[in-house]
Ligand binder design. Sequence first.
Ligand code: PHE
Ligand code: ZN
Length: 881
Amino acid sequence: MRTDTGQVINLADYRPTDFVLERVDLTFDLDPTETKVEARLIFHRREGADPKAPLVLDGDELSLSGLLFDQMEMPAEQYTATADSLAVYNLPAADPFELTISTIINPQANTQLMGLYRTGGIYCTQCEAEGFRRITYFPDRPDVLAPYTVNIIADKAANPLLLSNGNFLGGAGYGEGKHFAAWFDPHPKPSYLFALVAGDLGVIEDTFTTMSGREVALKIYVEHGKEPRAAYAMDALKRSMKWDEEAFGREYDLDIFMIVAVSDFNMGAMENKGLNIFNDKYVLADPETATDADYANIEAIIAHEYFHNWTGNRITCRDWFQLCLKEGLTVYRDHEFSSDQRSRPVKRIAEVRHLKSEQFPEDAGPLAHPVRPTKYREINNFYTTTVYEKGSEVTRMIATLLGKETFKKGMDVYFDRHDGQAVTIEDFVKCFEDASGRDLAQFSLWYHQAGTPLVTASGSYDATAKTFSLSLEQMVPATPGQTDKKPMHIPLSLALFGENGGKIEPASVEGAEYTGEVLHLIGRTQTAVLHGIGSRPVVSINRSFSAPINLHLDQSPADLALLARHETDHFARWQALTDLALPNLLKAARDAREGKAIACEQTSIDALLHAAADESLEPAFRAQALALPSESDISRELGSNNDPDAIHAGRQAVMKQIADRGIAIFTGLFEKMTTPGDFSPDAKSAGRRALRNAALTYLSYVENGPARAKAAFDAANNMTERLHALTVLAHRFPESGEAIAALSTFRDDFVENALVIDKWFSVQATIPGPSALDRVRRLMESPLFKRTNPNRVRALVGTFAFTNPTGFGRADGEGYRFLAREILDIDQRNPQLAARILTSMRSWRSLEPVRAGLARAALTEIEQAPALSTDVRDIVERTLK
Ligand code: PHE
Ligand code: ZN
């Protein structure tokens, strides 16, 4: 492991390289512990660069075993090589030259899973962001683009399959039981998009004919025997390829597109050119083992990586500060894809739930940073929900401000103007300014200012003037390193509704630009006057969540109930139901803290039950309506002095009151929303299952809870219902015979399937209350748990720390201490994984004082440990600051 050097990288220091890389020719002679890598690199000095400047290449834990200059041995005094750099002096002022660099690496010993490593008996690579430098010395930065030839030599019996980027050139025997294959990728690419896979895998194959009539071979490689479980991923891939042609006019550009599923992977998946590598969790699915959420994730991630071919690969980032250029945009594109394939409002609700539960806390805590940051210590720590999800929201706002057509024009300008380049956010935004004629300077603050803006709104109606005045005020909270914030350009989708639920169209609007139902808030304070309003309106603001803000607007339960029933935007209906439920949950948490009885306000329960029973609404929407804000949503709303036990107890009491009142509705839904006939993972069927599961949750609060849930568990013919019944049993009645029996049946049925066992781990890691920690500890001793596998660690340790506030946050601080020890242990093998899981501590300051003190002590224990990785040091220091 490389430990921290404390070095900070600044955007302001960016400058282009002194040398231009023309071509890359790599040869790998694969061996589990001694892989020989030969890199032939052709460079020339950039015009105008210092004629004396040395060429400095990046390395990480490398050792040089040979260096040739134009095929001749390089004299020792002409270079210096260390584990993390190779500097070469006295190079030609203008002529191209060739360096041949030899290194020997040990894939078997690579536990960081960056660079070339072994997983499940195969060789695979992960190079984003800075993994290529663990393979060979290289200008390992995204603005160095070149075409690559890759030759792979390996033992034939163990590695019948030899894959790399681009198109296959040919292969042959190589003597001594070895064979070789050559690949050529004609599209200039940065090193982070390099990939190599070798081993013995099964495959499913298909083809796709592009819009210009070219046939592309599609291959998905998985472990032998798992081929049938890749069928849904293939289907999702073909739909993604078609959609990108239709929605963005983007055609695929090689003869072959490959996906390889591996079982050890730090992230979800990786968009390497023509050879995507996936965490197998996001490829493998069948009805017996995958939930509807798994299917939806697979569809979204297959699409996401495929879409990167244009937004990320053909046009890439100039430097890693521009990460959101490819990630925010590509998340936006995969969201749009899923919205078109599924239900748009339901997808939007899920996106916003995710944004609020993951990104809003990041933006409100010590790890807050702008979508386009200006400094970092460890780039791995910037693959954040702010860069990805808020980055997507910023792209969405551009589309909202400009309108669909103009947004599309801007995207066309982007693709035409920058194809083949490594660019910046400024380049991206300029395309939309040029396409629209609009100045986006103020809007660009969304990239530069961290923190979730708070918009406070209040309306007043004047019956004689027939006007409705809406006063708006915005405030962007201070975040680390940014105290003074400027007002942002906030697009607020807005509509008015009359007492009868009909929409009221204003005759004109003064005081703010208002086009296409979008009101532009640009000042710190601003009052919009809407004319021609014949009766007192109910206002709906930030419909479809047009801007990622917190909105304060006092509305009566009656007005919210009206929106919940009559808003034409179903996202806004869900928002109204949430706004109705939230005060109950907040009050319940406070009352529980003070040991008071908990009583709910009834309008909100009635509105919820009305939506649940409304057959004109799609089941998936009704299920979302029934899913109350989570415990972490509640603690975020409370903001400070949080007691997880009180929040939990309060929420349980509210659930119970809803269940008592809605028992007839829930019984009906549970009986009716069955999965008829053959299983289908489509969104409509998934919606029925979601609603049935929601009903089962509430029914667990009335009579016969364990028996009913156990019956549902036994009868389930798909993983979505089975896992949900198991969760209800384990979370609500952990000591019951039913729960114990179901947990052991589930384990025995799926003992061979690690991805399902991960679900079994996660269900137990999230059992509320202080006993969860001992359970997690015991499960870590299980032979089914593997410390070296990121999915296992995330399923058990990660899920416990991120999503079990009462278990992880138990009052004696044992959960925090446990995490500290685990982080230090994981950090020895896999710093990226350790740092990621440590971010679960980011909201420690909002805990009540005793827990906050215990959390601080655990963080301090990590901070003071010797030999931390840069990844963990960076997170722990920022979290404590
Ligand atoms: N670029 C990948 C994606 O978003 C994520 C990733 C980052 C994977 C770093 C591996 C390492 O699709
Ligand atoms: Zn991505």
